[in-house]
Design a protein around this ligand. Structure first.
Ligand code: GSH
Length: 245
């Protein structure tokens, strides 16, 4: 039985030198925890410590449809009342929704799926161009070494080279940025969230990405929120962003 001094959840998060959450994916879960007022404490892990720590907890990455291994990633949680460990944000979100159904957070909707699909396809890549080369600036020296090595191997070139394409890439996504922002405002007559009066997981997806950009570099955040729609969702989620660590 959990007591007041013993939180129900231990949240494994990604460390940065600012001492607050900056992972867009962990933010989705944190927003859910904060909105549902679930008690939790955070364990921040440096990039190179994620795999050994989660492995030692007995977590095992699941297989993708193509059979390739998904690696060890945060967010991961330990639900202390049931002694359950879960990794992968979607699985964590499903667990939280079924274990703590009040207040409800709809995990999917047609509009939400549309926003998330376009965001992942169009906004995500340009987001990474701006965020990745700046993210290294808020990591510890050990984590910087890991981040540069793994990300440059994926990219096939230096992190800083991304900045050379930045302006051109942003110009190329202007229309898509506006279109996604307009979709976010579909139900604005009913309230500030994507589905209207109450938040859904899509709002946490949007706000988590924006908060991540903001912690990494305010100028990237400002560049996104100038498009109508984004700031409205972000500001509506601010009450669920108070606990950052
Ligand atoms: N599929 C994962 C993605 C999470 C993810 O990419 N997490 C990053 C931090 S934002 C991570 O833990 N990376 C570990 C690494 O790069 O070694 C989920 O949704 O949970």
């Amino acid at each position: 039985m959990a007591t007041i001094s013993e939180p129900e959840i231990v949240l494994y998060d990604l460390a940065c030198t600012k001492g607050v959450c900056f992972s867009p994916v962990v933010w989705r879960i944190r927003l859910m925890l904060n909105h549902k007022r679930i008690t939790y404490r955070t364990i921040f892990l440096e990039f190179p410590d994620i795999e050994p720590t989660l492995k030692a907890l007995g977590l095992v990455p699941s297989e993708t449809a193509t059979g390739s291994k998904i690696k060890y990633t945060v967010p991961a949680i330990h639900h202390t009342p049931s002694n359950t460990y879960i990794m992968e944000s979607v699985l964590v979100a499903q667990f939280l929704e079924s274990t703590y159904p009040i207040p409800p957070v709809p995990l999917t909707s047609d509009l939400g799926r549309e926003i998330e699909t376009i965001s992942r396809g169009v906004v995500g890549p340009i987001f990474r161009v701006s965020v990745m080369p700046r993210e290294i600036g808020i990591l510890s020296v050990r984590a910087q070494e890991y981040f540069r090595r793994t990300r440059e191997a994926q990219l096939g070139h230096g992190l800083e080279e991304l900045l050379l394409q930045e302006e051109e890439r942003w110009n190329g996504v202007e229309d898509s940025m506006r279109a996604v922002g307009e979709l976010m405002q579909t139900h604005k007559a009913d309230g500030p969230f994507v589905l209207g009066a109450r938040p859904s997981y899509t709002d946490f997806f949007i706000a988590g990405n924006l908060q991540s950009a903001r912690v990494i570099d305010e100028s990237v955040f400002q560049r996104i929120v100038k498009y109508p729609g984004y700031k409205e969702v972000y500001e509506a989620c601010l009450p669920y962003m108070e606990k950052k660590d």
